[in-house]
Design a protein around this ligand. Structure first.
Ligand SMILES: C[S@@+](CC[C@H](N)C(=O)[O-])C[C@H]1O[C@@H](n2cnc3c(N)ncnc32)[C@H](O)[C@@H]1O
Length: 315
């Protein structure tokens, strides 16, 4: 496996990229490869990959969060890489319709460390902040609107579907009966009433995940985008997707299995039968990697496949 000195490299970073050695192993970047990063964030993965390919022109970094794009703009100044401040579905539609192809595609899903560490972004259970949770700060739907305006039935469905929260009925009721709720810590305290006693994870973790997914339409965008990513991959191109919870991983697994597998007409080879997890070493300096799951696939080169089949007589 291609290894880099990860610990030293991450010391001064705003967001430590997860599974970097594994990403390099599965993407296998080469000089001149065109790279598309759909969740470029603070450019951790992008910097390492672009340093290897040297191919800034024709490569593209996408993030829906304007502050991530401002950071990337500074990080890659004087480099001819394109930055797109859009959600990855809109960006992928635009790139696909204009005929772009990439050799390497990467999506490191979910939130960044600044989202969780900056209380004013409203993602954190522990630190008081406004109920926001928007990755794209220009979008109108906020966690405050979901928490204070959605019906009890709508909230229960969100908690069940996006949080896999067993006490979804009770929590939806608690939320509605305690409105208005203005801050993250207020919400966390109210939800905790459904789970008296101590548990290893905060009792509001699933509720926060569910509301965040609803605010950012996270699963809907992933589901619609993966087919476009696969289409934009050039022959022998590789894709790596890192997810952080089972709902995301299920979508990724299904999408890659649908096009991969061992069928004669498979267009892709799945490079990971099982998701790749962080090593113990990585968890020591990057605890956020504990729930990361990496899956990868390579696009089959049909021209080569034809040649090979003709040679072996196996069509
Ligand atoms: C886990 S971070 C990526 C970190 C990045 N790989 C790095 O090394 O710095 C995820 C990033 O994806 C962005 N993001 C999440 N969902 C997105 C979507 N649907 N469209 C565009 N960006 C998205 C978030 O704003 C966040 O900056």
């Amino acid at each position: 496996m291609q290894k880099i000195k990860t610990r030293k490299m991450h010391q001064d970073q705003k967001h430590k990229p997860v599974l970097i050695d594994e990403t390099l192993h599965y993407l296998n970047p080469k000089k001149g490869d065109k790279y598309l990063d759909l969740t470029a964030g603070y450019g951790g993965h992008a910097k390492v990959i672009l340093d290897i390919t040297g191919q800034y022109k024709g490569s593209c970094l996408v993030d829906r969060d304007p502050s991530a794009i401002t950071f990337l703009d500074e990080k890659f100044k004087n480099k001819d890489v394109r930055l797109i401040n859009k959600d990855f579905l809109s960006a992928s539609e635009e790139l696909y319709e204009s005929g772009h192809q990439f050799d390497l595609i990467m999506a490191d899903l979910g939130v960044s460390s600044p989202h969780l560490n900056e209380p004013n972004r409203g993602f954190s259970i522990e630190n008081e902040g406004p109920l926001d949770m928007r990755m794209d700060t220009n979008q109108t739907l906020t966690a405050r609107k979901v928490v204070n305006n959605y019906s009890e039935k709508q909230l229960a469905k969100i908690l069940k579907d996006y949080g896999e929260e067993p006490k979804y009925v009770k929590i939806a009721h608690l939320i509605v009966s305690n409105r208005p709720i203005n801050t993250t810590t207020e919400l966390a305290k109210i939800v905790s009433k459904a789970w008296p006693g101590h548990s290893r994870t905060h009792p509001a973790t699933r509720t926060f995940q569910a509301i965040r997914i609803a605010v950012n339409d996270e699963l809907g965008l992933i589901k619609k985008s993966i087919p476009l990513w696969l289409k934009m991959l050039s022959p022998e191109g590789r894709i790596v997707i890192i997810s952080f919870h089972s709902l995301e991983d299920r979508l990724v697994k299904r999408a890659l299995r649908e096009v991969g597998g061992n069928r004669l007409d498979s267009e892709f080879t799945e490079l990971t039968n099982k998701p790749i997890l962080a090593t113990k070493d990585e968890l020591v300096f990057n605890p956020r990697a504990r729930s990361a799951k990496l899956r990868a696939a390579a696009k089959i080169n049909n021209k080569k496949k034809g040649e090979y089949d003709a040679n072996t007589g196996k069509k």
